[in-house]
Design a protein around this ligand. Sequence first.
Ligand code: HEC
Length: 104
Amino acid sequence: MKRLSIIALVLLAACHPAADSPTKITLTSQTMTLPTETVTLPAEVLTVNCTACHSPEMILTQPKLKPEQWQAEVTKMRGAYKAQIAEKDDAKIVAALLALPNQK
Ligand code: HEC
């Protein structure tokens, strides 16, 4: 659902007329109900750094990865998706990822 919202926002942004467009538009607020997230990650460092853009399941459903593969994943989130993850936290994040139940 979060993913759908992100796609909807991207589509909206793409369709939005240029700022200097002479067309007068009126923006409205809509009410929408998103499902409550029930799955949580066991480490605060993961909740803080990894759940802004996608649900915990994105991480909890991955196959067992090696430390360097998780590090590459964190680097990808920062590079490709501009995740605001401080590099000084990488080692702590990778350790927390390796301790997840799906990584045993
Ligand atoms: C700034 C937003 C953002 C943050 C923060 C973020 N991710 Fe992602 N992540 C994404 C996007 C976008 C995708 C691709 C989603 C898709 O393909 O549907 C993704 C996909 C993934 C995937 C699926 C495999 C892949 O590479 O596409 C994993 C695993 C993942 N993220 C792990 C993490 C972890 C671990 C963290 C925290 C260290 C994190 N993400 C933080 C945006 C983010």
